[in-house]
Design a protein around this ligand. Sequence first.
Ligand SMILES: Nc1nc2c(ncn2[C@@H]2O[C@H](COP(=O)(O)OP(=O)(O)O)[C@@H](O)[C@H]2O)c(=O)[nH]1
Ligand SMILES: [Mg+2]
Length: 614
Amino acid sequence: MQNIRNFVIIAHIDHGKSTLADRLLEATKTVEARRMKPQYLDQMELERERGITIKMAPVRMEYAPSAGERFVLNLIDTPGHSDFGYEVSRALTAVEGAVLLVDATRGIQAQTLANFHNAKKAGLAIIGAVNKIDLKPPAQDDVILDLATLLECSPDDILRVSGKTGEGVPELLRTIVRRVPPPTAKKRGLDVNAAGRARFPSSQAESEAKAENNAKQALIFDSRYDDHKGAIAFVRVTGGVFKAGEESALIAAGERCKVKEVGYFHPELQPTDALYPGDIGYIATGIKEPGKIRIGDTMASLVGGEVLPGYEEPRPVVFVAFYPAEESDHDDLKRALEELKLSDSALQFEPEVSEVLGRGFACGFLGRLHFEIVAERLVREFGLKTVNSFPSVTYRVKEGTAWRTVKHPKDFPDNPDQVLQPMVNVEVLTPPSYLGDVLRLKEKFHMSDIRTETFAHSVMVRSRMPLADLIRDFDDNLKSLSGGFASLNYELVEDAPGDVTKLEVLVANEVVPGLTRIVAEDEAEHEGRTMVERLKDLLPKQQFAQALQAKVRGRIIARETIPAQRKDVTGYLYGGDRTRKMKLWKKQKRGKERLKQSGRVELPPGVFKELLKK
Ligand SMILES: Nc1nc2c(ncn2[C@@H]2O[C@H](COP(=O)(O)OP(=O)(O)O)[C@@H](O)[C@H]2O)c(=O)[nH]1
Ligand SMILES: [Mg+2]
């Protein structure tokens, strides 16, 4: 154990974590040169395409600083976007050290601070490093100074590295070995996002097993599903030895399993004989029901043992209903969501039925990007197309004296007596030159309580805003106004009264439930008009003219008409038999009348999809 070092690389998005990890993989010869590719640890197709890390990625490296010295380095690369903060917090509980990386061309950004505070809370040894020094950034010395101030260390202790050229990497490796402590058998209290789980009740008979159980213990910090190996638990072993073929148990879930295989991350799964205390590795459980394995659970030899402090259940804040594009794909969609949940434990879902779109699932996400990523993974990894409702947040509404929670916009009352909406405290860290532009977002995003404060070479703008506004596209607005220099961190705070209202869209006088949204009062009219205009462009012409309307509080606030597509029923009658033509026109009119009464207007899923796009 003395020769093990477990650490994470943490940083704001795009500061070069995954690229630096590449250099570490090379320097330790973990990945052969011919297999090397940029951001090697971003193995998901979607990660590679978008150039972002979504999943934490553990990898084991062997490092020999000199002849006769050998260390095992377990690195966990982490995502930088705040939607995936839960991934980072779990990675922090599996390690003893952190490399806090700062892009020297950008300086400290919002997630640098958030990550720093979490790593500190977790009691990790933190190594500060500035990256991209190959670009010779003019402000490099300022950035080093800022980082040293944050870490309360000397600027000389801040490493200078380049993930591109590999400069500074040997020094970084030496520093990791020196400054990150070796693991101890019992990992201390996991105080990052950790909540003491209720102890699993243990009977008399089971208590005897405890002695042995105490010896064998591992925290599940992540998981994945494999068709052959079943559910695979990613673990940090805190005690005992785990071997293939032995009985094991998931304590909180109360499940037994026979371990199929144990191994390390290379980063591909590589089987080994046994996992020992301090190790980071995987345990293939053989369990075929993905729902049975829970992140934060403890693995031990028998059911009834003590559970390690797990993780707080992440709280989804953005809700979207997913419906299979093909009704017959419903069961596949369910299975796919279950499998995705194994590697994305923050994802939540429950059955949901829509009049138009049929059976689907109401899904909860940690943010807008999280939602987009899951929708894309369903298509790529499972070949499942879905039609999705508008991303929404939950509201507390009061009618008369009764309060209730509204998750789905269609359940929102027309005239509630009071509404509470989720709020966030937002921190924007920006270079002073963009401060004016940042403050101009105030009205559009309903920002309040704005306070500014200088922080190192930047300005910190703190404010409060409705979560619903944040998830619209605050992030994108911020990025584009500042060329990516202004950055964002946020946390949920208590709900507050909100001026919001239900906006409904009607086609041929019928409400289309999937298009109902909750919007800010002051934007309802504009949003309503935009919706019907877009709908008019998207909907195919129908047999008869159709009204498209937007309604707020029982009042129509916008109206458009799709013109009828006149089918020439008299075409075959050349010549001038006027009465005959009149007769046919009349008949056509009657037919349309009937159609109108039946009132069924087909909204093709394609139109939904277009409309629901951002
Ligand atoms: N010039 C230069 N570019 C870098 C360096 N490290 C990373 N990059 C680039 O910065 C971008 C983000 O890198 P990535 O490793 O994906 O960042 P992550 O989001 O922190 O994992 C990519 O385009 C990299 O090629 C570096 O040291 N020098
Ligand atoms: Mg990355």
